[in-house]
Design a protein. Structure first.
Length: 209
């Protein structure tokens, strides 16, 4: 199954992508990781992307999809793949179509903005080892101190309430048309995220049957 995963920042896409990978035995492809890998491997598309990244410019959709096509041609994608973080806009989805990348299902994990703001603004990350906590749902044993390495836990700038609201606004503006685009093709399924990861995972796996 070739799958696109949609969801606002903090909706739990990364976690659910892992659950789907384990169950369907297909890889999750994050565009950020994929670009870095292509640049590191010095592929033709990777070198093209590097010239844009080095100058601080956005990598054009055609280059990203060229790298994506190389990636999904690899053996581990023969049984399917999950796209996480791409496409983000209708023009990207159209280029994906034009380049012959077949998508079987688009799964949206929908979570209320209020819940996402609460989730993300409560997140704390260790400055030293990167371990992630939450002041309400997964607090450290000692406030402000990482359980794993004893480093200092801080709130990332990305997780500050005002930044979260701005990221959500951008997501909704870009993604609402994208949902309509895939709904019109009969490919969109929406799962409403629950309070626990397990409840959401059960709904996600049910939707993929």
């Amino acid at each position: 199954m070739n799958l696109i995963l949609l969801g606002a920042p903090g909706a739990g896409k990364g976690t659910q992508a892992e659950v789907i990978c384990d169950n369907l035995k297909i890889p999750a492809i994050s565009t950020g990781n994929m670009l870095r890998e292509a640049v590191k491997n010095g592929t033709k598309s990777g070198l093209e992307a590097k010239s844009f990244m080095d100058s601080g410019a956005l990598v054009p959709d055609e280059v990203v999809i060229g790298i994506l096509k190389d990636r999904i041609a690899e053996d581990d994608c023969k049984g399917g793949f999950i796209l996480d973080g791409f496409p983000r806009t209708v023009p990207q989805a159209e280029v994906l179509d034009k380049m012959g990348v077949k998508i079987d299902k688009v799964l949206e994990i929908a979570v209320e903005d209020e819940t996402i703001t609460q989730r993300l603004s409560g997140r704390r990350v260790c400055e030293d080892c990167g371990n992630s906590y939450h002041i309400e749902f997964k607090p450290t044993k000692v406030e402000g101190v990482c359980d794993k390495c004893g480093g200092k836990t801080v709130q990332r700038k990305d997780d500050a309430p005002e930044t979260v609201l701005s990221r959500l606004k951008t997501y909704h503006e870009q993604t609402a048309p994208l949902k309509d685009f895939y709904a019109a093709k009969g490919l969109l399924t929406t799962v409403h995220g629950k309070d626990t990861v397990e409840e959401t995972s059960a709904l996600v796996l049910e939707a993929l049957k």
